[in-house]
Write a protein that binds this ligand. Structure first.
Ligand SMILES: [Zn+2]
Ligand SMILES: [Zn+2]
Length: 256
């Protein structure tokens, strides 16, 4: 059973550029069995998810949530309501509360804006770690893998799609069918899944993402921001990519 586990829609995520219906149509096109909708700090209601299931009977839809903890984004699976959570909570509290309620917590893009993992994230007790997504620069994927290995937790590949072009670029193949949020949490706890990169969909999606990064980095350089670590903190791309663009821009300065 192939699910994209990290997806945002315009229903609750202001930053998303696809409606739930566009998302569902696209999920079918890219050959997913279903999607776990993980809005920022909001969980779809029973009625909302039932309506989507009714409109798209061939697909499986589940709920998760991406909690904006202090300095970290945490994907929580296994809950159907957001009670007790709020944006800005310390990461340890988010993970502990998830566990208390029978859910699992996955570290979303842990190294996107920093060079080293935050110590409180390392000690939070995550159940799995995102190592691939459209927001994880492929040039620094090894650093993510090392982090997952260091923590001794399984890797997850999620699209983190906000747009139909990125949906299904990465996905999770569960070894056994899951029928609700609780079973998803259980399967993650048992590590009974395989992360997949889906090249046909990830290549064009990455190309779009990279173009965006390049534009943003060049914009910062033009504004006089010259510290690569500071650029990473703001843009989220890898240091390798930032340095490469800086070298190119410097070369251009001399030739023009
Ligand atoms: Zn995030
Ligand atoms: Zn996200």
């Amino acid at each position: 059973m192939l699910l994209d586990m990290h997806v945002h829609t315009t229903a609750y995520s202001d930053c998303a550029q696809m409606s739930p219906y566009e998302m569902a149509e696209r999920a079918r096109e890219v050959g997913l069995d279903g999607v776990v909708i993980t809005e920022h700090n909001a969980i779809w209601s029973d009625e909302e998810i039932a309506e989507l299931r009714r409109l798209f009977p061939g697909l499986a839809f589940f709920r998760g949530v991406e909690v904006s903890a202090k300095k970290h984004h945490v994907l929580v699976y296994g809950l159907t309501d957001f009670t007790g959570f709020e944006a800005g909570m310390p990461v340890q509290e988010v993970v502990a509360l998830a566990h208390e309620r029978g859910a699992v917590a996955v570290w979303a893009h842990p190294l996107q804006y920093s060079l080293a993992p935050h110590p409180e994230g390392l000690q939070a007790g995550f159940d799995a770690c995102e190592t691939r997504s459209i927001n994880i620069d492929r040039l620094e994927r090894d650093r993510y893998r090392k982090l997952a290995r260091r923590l001794g937790i399984p890797e997850m590949a999620n699209s983190d799609a906000h747009h139909t072009l990125t949906l299904g670029a990465y996905a999770t193949r569960f070894w056994h069918p899951v029928k609700d949020e609780k079973e998803i949490a259980e399967a993650i706890r048992q590590g009974a899944f395989t992360p997949e990169e889906r090249f046909r969909w990830s290549k064009p999606a990455s190309a779009m993402r990279e173009k965006l990064w390049h534009r943003r980095i060049r914009g910062m350089l033009a504004k006089g921001i010259k510290d690569p670590v500071e650029i990473k903190r703001r843009a989220g791309a890898s240091l390798q990519r930032i340095r490469r663009i800086m070298e190119r821009e410097v070369g251009r300065q001399y030739t023009t």
